[in-house]
Design a binder for this molecule. Structure first.
Ligand code: AP5
Ligand code: MG
Length: 199
């Protein structure tokens, strides 16, 4: 079992790399952004609340996000058996602390946080480019600016939080998708062989 957080700013490639990682390692992908967008598309009560935050580029409140995540873990015991890639979660220190407790309750732990490091101007270029066709209400110049500000204020401090716990592994997130995937895979393979030695 391997539980990973794929960490990084908006547009850093979390979703792109997660798609490949789930294929190679048989992990379950939980993207909190995708979960919320699904609720918005279905017009649920949660979707209505989430939309008011997402379309402005703000984070939805921790308590609400934690309820959604806990339910996803509880509803998918089989799918999460090999481990989970958390994409876009945690985004605040309270979320990180809650994740540790949640995994402990499920009899497991977080094995590593993989951070995709991409220069700010490249993030903006990628998101504006995607905004021309994605239909995402948050892929426009004003909201991208807020998303990056919120990232620096609320989420970036998690790098130190995890580095202090020897759990952060930074990867250069610029360049080809294949090269980035290969760097992340080398890290996961070394984690897997360290786990295998322990058991
Ligand atoms: P979320 O959906 O998580 O969005 P995000 O973090 O802003 O990031 P993106 O999904 O836009 O980017 P990504 O890192 O996945 O990159 P991608 O692979 O798509 O969250 C959306 C909102 O939901 C938040 O703002 C918040 O409101 C709410 N929310 C979510 N989680 C929350 C939480 N835990 N707490 C509270 N609120 C929460 O790639 C981006 C683009 O770049 C794509 O077009 C891709 O093709 C391209 N690309 C990828 N890799 C490369 C590469 N190597 N070279 C060139 N282009 C590349
Ligand atoms: Mg994403």
């Amino acid at each position: 079992m391997l539980n990973l957080v794929i960490f990084g700013a908006p547009g850093s490639g979390k979703g792109t790399q997660s798609e490949r990682l789930i294929d190679r390692y048989g992990l379950y992908h939980i993207s909190t952004g995708e979960l919320l967008r699904d609720h918005i598309a279905r017009g649920t009560e949660l979707g209505k609340i989430a939309d008011s935050y997402i379309s402005k580029g703000n984070l939805i409140p921790d308590e609400l996000m934690l309820q959604v995540l806990e339910k996803t873990l509880d509803d998918n015991p089989e799918e999460t058996r090999n481990g989970v890639i958390f994409d876009g979660f945690p985004r605040t220190i309270p979320q990180a602390e809650a994740l540790n407790k949640m995994l402990e309750r499920h009899g497991t732990k977080l094995h590593s946080v993989v951070g995709l490091e991409v220069p700010e101007d490249e993030l903006v270029d990628r998101l504006l480019k995607r905004g021309q066709e994605s239909g995402r209400t948050d892929d426009n110049a004003d909201t991208i600016k807020t998303r990056l500000k919120v990232y620096h204020r609320n989420t970036e401090p998690l790098r130190k939080f995890y580095a202090d716990r020897n759990a952060y592994h930074g990867v250069n997130g610029s360049g080809s998708v294949d090269k980035i995937f290969s760097d992340i895979s080398s890290h996961i393979d070394s984690l897997n062989s360290a786990e295998a030695k322990k058991s």
